[in-house]
Design a protein around this ligand. Structure first.
Ligand code: SF4
Ligand code: SF4
Ligand code: SF4
Length: 178
């Protein structure tokens, strides 16, 4: 059984928003809602400054707090480690939004369902890659099986010493190169 995860190389991200737009299209989101947010961080002293763009979405946490607080079990983790929301069970209470320290969740204003990145589970089940990975113009994103040491994503994480964004918040399945 695979355990899916992603690596995002922020050194390659140019902040073009292609991943965000393709994600919105893939998930049929209203234009004002997105599963991907962008944070910018400036370091150094002029003229030696570095501007880093960090795309952030659901980190598919192990022992995810959004799963444990959900009163209807609408939020759950699949056997492959993907955290999903059952829209039929979600009552829109937003407990999960409060529990998520990454601000990864958004409420659909049309349906009331609280949603987030679902690692494009429908595409992955068909053997395809997530939309944000295939549309990234600079190949900043790699997706695959974290439990397979020979997968492209596992090898890249080791080679580039990629790390979770917030190790203090528990184990996540997205690794970043900064
Ligand atoms: Fe849940 Fe937030 Fe973790 Fe995603 S990042 S699994 S929404 S707690
Ligand atoms: Fe669960 Fe929906 Fe409430 Fe979130 S908003 S905790 S998914 S019922
Ligand atoms: Fe959106 Fe799919 Fe990428 Fe998640 S994996 S951010 S749902 S395109």
């Amino acid at each position: 059984m695979a355990r899916y995860g992603m690596m995002i190389d922020t050194r390659k991200c140019v902040g073009c928003y292609a991943c965000r737009v393709s994600c919105q299209m893939q998930n049929e989101l209203p234009v004002e809602e997105s599963f991907i947010k962008f944070y910018e961080k400036e370091t150094g002293i002029f003229p030696n400054v570095k501007n880093e763009i960090i795309p952030v979405q659901c980190q598919h946490c192990e022992d995810a707090p959004c799963v444990s607080v959900c009163p209807t079990k609408a939020t759950y983790t699949t056997a492959e480690g993907i955290v999903l929301v059952d829209s039929e069970k979600c009552i829109g209470c937003k407990y999960c939004m409060v529990a998520c320290d990454y601000g990864a969740r958004t409420q659909n204003h049309e349906t009331g369902v609280v949603e987030k990145c679902r690692f494009c589970s429908e595409l992955v089940a068909e053997g395809k890659q997530p939309a944000c990975v295939t549309t990234c113009i600079s190949n900043a994103r790699i997706f695959g099986d974290l439990d397979d040491p020979n997968s492209e994503v596992s090898r890249a994480i080791v080679r580039l010493n990629a790390q979770p964004l917030r190790p203090d918040l528990g184990k996540a399945k997205i690794y970043y190169v900064r």
